[in-house]
Design a protein around this ligand. Structure first.
Ligand code: BES
Ligand code: MN
Ligand code: ZN
Length: 512
């Protein structure tokens, strides 16, 4: 067999639905499905149907159907009613919107997406009643609830709905829709990248994806190959990648705002890009290894965020760094007891080759401090299993050296639907990092998420810094609203919510 026939080729993937605005009412839009919002019974004691229901209500007893089905109006509940009218309309969906908060609209959007798979088009008034609140989360839910990844010989099992028309929302919302779509697609992109199997996704492949993104988004891109990494002293990245048939890369992307770039401060984002984590010579057991293609989720988040910065009007300069390596096993692997010299000279004793993330992150953080004069540093990594034990699979953990930065990220997390909980950089555990031979031990024991954060802190130069440990939320155990079973790509929406603000550095480092 030629090597060509063995090289993996990803089949064509499904594409997210197209979203459109229309000032028309649902009855005036030609679509296969109409989806109307259902509000829970308030003081009136009866469910309330949203905009557009009056017209359809003349023909169909919508409230009667809801009553027969026992509908409550809770967010994401779908009551489906086949119709046999003339014209395109085949089905009416009545979608609960609960308390009409952001989370409710995200759920309603995702439920609509799941209920309209393989349909050509759906028109909905879910956003119409309160577009200022509903638009962003609805678009995120509808887009991500449509996500699928396949590598099947016969094509995908289903197609997302082709077109979602947001009825009774005027074109004055076009800019808001474009922005919401860019954020939702960033979530899609990072989920896609995290889902690609490591037979295809190696450090060089990730660098190619970054080059493609840079071209599309107008970013500058620099890639260090193994030779350049050695020349510049990136001993952590090289040590972790030493066993792999596909050598490591450091990827740098540069974004500048359209206006005021010269005086704008710089934010540096650093992502863990372990394209597969076997554990190295401290090999993971099978059940712990099976999801490790997604150990580059932090890198995927950084890449997807960089791609969308212009679309959200990010006012600061942003440099994205992705430390990409495959943590593999071979005769050239880094051994327990080996010492690695990081960028800038600090050394680590590798007492556990499975604590590889912090080794590559350390190099990238040290480079950022040395070369980029950041006003804030934010790193994103699927770093510790301990975070999953602490927070479960629906909340990410973060640490911050600066309270203003911590507050900005907490707010962004809440707004975007990617929840975070702040963890302590508890100095009392600092002494656990001690090594007999090097500046630090890479696997100092518990509390694992905290000692990992403390390990990284040594490379942050005392700058305002936040560390997002997303190991907890990197994998969704089941389909649930905007989450689809498997890698989540968690983090891009929250970073864009933060960096899309008027002043993402308000109060950070007490600048003012
Ligand atoms: N990639 C893992 C962390 C991880 C575990 C992510 C489970 C998602 C789910 C990381 O490289 C790792 O192996 N960490 C070790 C560190 C330990 C050896 C100090 C861990 O958490 O067990
Ligand atoms: Mn590991
Ligand atoms: Zn790892």
């Amino acid at each position: 067999m030629s090597s060509k026939s063995l090289s993996p080729t990803l089949p064509v993937q499904v594409t997210p639905p197209q979203l459109e605005l229309s000032a028309l009412s649902p009855a005036e839009v030609d679509a296969e499905v109409v989806a109307l919002p259902v509000m829970p019974a308030g003081e009136t004691g009866s469910l309330v149907l949203g905009p557009g229901a009056a017209e359809l209500g003349e023909t169909y007893d919508l409230l009667g159907v809801l009553e027969v089905e026992g509908a409550t109006g809770k967010a994401g509940e779908v009551t489906s009613l086949p119709v046999t009218a003339e014209g395109s309309l085949k089905r009416i969906l009545l979608v609960g919107v609960g308390d009409q908060q952001r989370t409710d609209f995200r759920r309603a959007g995702a439920a609509l997406a799941r209920a309209t798979r393989d349909r050509e088009s759906v028109v909905t008034t879910i956003v119409a009643a309160d577009p200022a609140v509903a638009l962003d989360p609805f678009v995120a839910g509808a887009t991500l609830g449509s996500f699928d990844f396949h590598w099947r010989s016969g094509g995908p099992q289903w197609q997302p709905v082709g077109r979602i028309v947001l009825a009774e929302v005027g074109t004055e919302r076009a800019a808001a829709l474009a922005r919401a779509t860019a954020v939702a697609l960033a979530g899609w992109r990072s989920r896609f990248l995290a889902t690609v199997p490591a037979i295809l996704k190696n450090p060089a492949w990730l660098a190619e994806q970054a080059e493609a993104v840079a071209k599309e988004a107008g970013l500058d891109v620099t890639v260090w190959d193994e030779k350049a990494l050695a020349k510049d002293g990136f001993g952590g990245i090289l040590g972790v990648g030493a066993a792999s048939a596909t050598p490591p890369r450091l990827i740098r992307l540069d974004y500048k705002p359209a206006k005021g770039a010269r005086r704008a401060p710089t934010v540096v984002l650093v992502g863990k890009g372990i394209t597969f984590d076997t554990g190295g010579l401290n090999l993971k057991p099978g059940e712990g290894m099976v999801t490790m293609k997604r150990d580059m989720t932090g890198g995927a988040v950084v890449l997807a965020t960089m791609a969308a910065l212009a679309a959200v009007g990010c006012p600061v300069k942003v440099v994205g760094l992705i430390a990409a390596a495959e943590n593999a096993v071979s005769g050239s692997a880094t051994r327990p007891g080996d010492v690695l010299r990081h960028y800038g000279g600090r050394t680590s004793e590798v007492t556990n080759t499975d604590a590889e993330g912090r080794l590559v992150m350390a190099d990238a953080l040290a480079y950022a401090v040395d070369q980029l004069k950041p006003a804030a540093l934010v790193d994103v990594a699927t770093l510790t299993g301990a975070m999953k034990v602490a927070l479960g699979q629906q909340v990410g953990g973060y640490f911050a050296s600066d309270d203003a930065l911590a507050a900005l990220l907490a707010e962004a997390a809440e707004a975007s639907g990617e929840p975070l909980w702040r963890m302590p950089l508890a100095d009392v555990y600092e002494e656990r990092l001690a090594s007999k031979v090097a500046d630090a031990d890479n696997a100092p024991g518990g509390p694992g998420a905290i000692t990992a954060a403390l390990f990284l802190r040594h490379f942050t130069g005392g700058l305002p810094w936040a560390h997002l440990d997303i190991a907890s939320v990197g994998d969704a155990p089941a389909d649930s609203f905007e989450w689809t079973q498997g890698p989540t790509g968690f983090g891009a929406r929250l970073l864009l919510s933060w960096l899309g603000q008027d002043d993402p550095l308000a109060g950070v480092g007490d600048r003012r």
